[in-house]
Write a protein that binds this ligand. Structure first.
Ligand SMILES: C[S@@+](CC[C@H](N)C(=O)[O-])C[C@H]1O[C@@H](n2cnc3c(N)ncnc32)[C@H](O)[C@@H]1O
Length: 313
């Protein structure tokens, strides 16, 4: 574990995930639709994620007015210096647009260059299909929350039709035993029988918002995994994790996060500077607020809202 570790995710994402956590959960069909839209874009346009959104927006959005709103968001997200959360006037947006907007914001956090974790293309074996997986970009100590891996549970039960249309498993058992859709970057985390993280609700009053907490120290480049529970992988033959299939050679296909391959060296330098500035800032804050970093304490509390922004770093 590196001595200098600060939880980079807490810089940007305490504020950002707070905003996301407070957003009202969406319906299952809207959530599935938006997540599938994000998946399609991630798959097909890995190198230019945000420009791809721009190109494809008409497919997902019903009115030109909404498309214009989205355009503005995408422009903001494209500007590396503007990777703060985008406060959308949610009340003016339709449910489905709100769903996609939520996903864009959440994935932006995951794809930001300074994120603690990274989205990669992955295969369980040479003959297995490509899929997504999440990997650590830095050593992460035990007991840390990874805010980038945020997700929400839909408001309602999964509709059979909606579920059939969904490309990926993203169903979770709710407390009342019904199943609902889990959407957002957290659903890119694969299952393992020796999982290194666990699902965690941000706080009781943000019950539908889930992140993951590390169960042990995680090394840089290690895959982040979570235990899905016996509803999904009760038989060993379903599970391709390294415990169930120790001889299978996993392939990590891409070393750069889709959508954030910065080829422009000036931009890359600028991104690194921002990342370092954020780290220094967090370290400084760490001395002042101490244990606040890496705990859920106050995450949903009003007192912390809006304290961390791009502009006051
Ligand atoms: C919530 S998604 C996880 C992200 C997924 N890899 C993707 O590309 O979207 C769950 C799906 O990932 C795959 N998966 C996750 N963990 C797995 C495991 N241990 N063994 C086999 N497949 C797994 C299965 O296809 C499962 O339906």
């Amino acid at each position: 574990m590196s001595d200098s570790f600060v939880e980079p995710s807490s810089v940007l994402s305490v504020d950002w995930s707070l905003h996301l956590a407070k957003s009202r959960p969406l319906t299952a069909s809207d959530a599935l639709r938006s997540d599938d839209a994000v998946d399609t874009i991630l798959q097909e346009h890995a190198d230019t994620l945000y420009r791809a959104f721009e190109t494809h927006k008409s497919v997902f959005f019903d009115s030109s007015q909404t498309a214009t709103e989205l355009h503005k968001i995408m422009l903001k997200l494209l500007d590396l210096k503007g990777w703060t959360h985008v406060a959308m006037p949610h009340t003016r947006l339709s449910q489905s647009v709100r769903a996609v907007t939520w996903c864009i914001e959440a994935h932006s956090m995951l794809l930001a260059p300074w994120a603690t974790v990274q989205l990669k293309l992955f295969r369980y074996g040479a003959n297995e299909p490509n899929q997504f997986a999440i990997f650590a970009t830095d050593d992460i100590p035990s007991g840390c929350i990874i805010y980038e891996l945020i997700g929400q549970l839909s408001l309602d039960n999964v509709d059979g039709e909606a579920k059939k249309k969904s490309t990926q498993l993203s169903e979770m058992k709710a407390r009342d035993g019904t199943s609902r859709v889990l959407y957002g970057p957290i659903r890119m985390v694969n299952h393992a029988c020796d999982a290194n993280t666990v699902y965690e609700e941000l706080k009781p009053n943000c019950r539908s918002t889930i992140v993951v907490r590390t169960l042990r120290a995680i090394r840089r480049e290690e895959q982040i995994t979570v235990g899905y529970g016996s509803d999904f992988f009760d038989a060993d033959d379903d599970c391709l994790c390294s415990v169930c299939r120790p001889d299978t050679q996993h392939c990590v296909k891409s070393t750069n996060p889709p959508g954030m391959r910065i080829v422009d060296t000036e931009k890359k330098k600028e991104a690194n500077k921002t990342k370092n500035r954020r780290r220094r800032w967090v370290r400084k804050q760490g001395k002042v607020i101490g244990k606040g970093i890496g705990t859920t304490k106050g995450v949903c509390g009003e007192e912390e809202e809006g304290e961390i922004t791009e502009h006051n770093i």
